[in-house]
Ligand binder design. Structure first.
Ligand code: HEC
Length: 137
């Protein structure tokens, strides 16, 4: 036991030394790039035409159109009105896609939107991207 314990301890020590040596070098680049990466994250990513197309297709396949139309209110708000209310941004895409998945009410009235728990977050985001792109037209 004693014989095993010593090399293990040595290894930890050596690894610790190696880590300590590589740390300063590794720290340099993230510190420099972090501020610009952060500001980029808050700015809306460019809308990809492909996401709009896919989002539109996903909407047609799901139950959304039973309650929503592009330019008239049905049970839920018209998508054009949703696009007017929420400018396209990473935060709004996040907010609305989680609302679609979790359901909820209060933004447009007392009628709740049904939850869509089986919807993948990535698909919900594409749907929202399509909806919010309606404002640009
Ligand atoms: C059962 C009817 C119904 C279905 C189905 C439905 N919605 Fe809704 N949706 C609503 C209602 C009602 C609201 C308004 C909720 C509110 O006032 O907060 C709404 C709101 C929304 C909003 C705006 C949310 C907000 O907070 O402003 C978006 C975006 C949306 N729906 C997208 C979708 C998508 C995408 C689908 C399909 C996956 C879908 N909806 C399916 C009824 C529905």
């Amino acid at each position: 036991m004693k014989r095993l314990a010593i090399p293990f301890f040595l290894m930890m020590y050596v690894m610790g030394t190696v880590n300590a040596q590589t740390k300063p070098a590794a720290k340099k680049s993230p510190v420099k790039t972090a501020p610009s990466a952060k500001t980029k994250a808050t700015v809306a990513p460019a809308i990809k035409p492909q996401d709009i197309e896919e989002g539109k297709m996903l909407l047609t396949k799901s139950d959304c159109l039973a309650c929503h139309k592009v330019d008239t209110k049905v049970v839920g708000p018209a998508y054009a009105d949703v696009a007017k209310k929420y400018p396209y941004s990473a935060a709004n895409v996040e907010l609305l896609s989680s609302k679609i998945i979790n359901g909820g009410s209060g933004s447009w009235g007392a009628v709740p939107m049904a939850a869509h728990p089986s919807l993948a977050a990535a698909d919900a985001k594409k749907m929202v991207t399509y909806i919010l792109s309606l404002n640009a037209k």
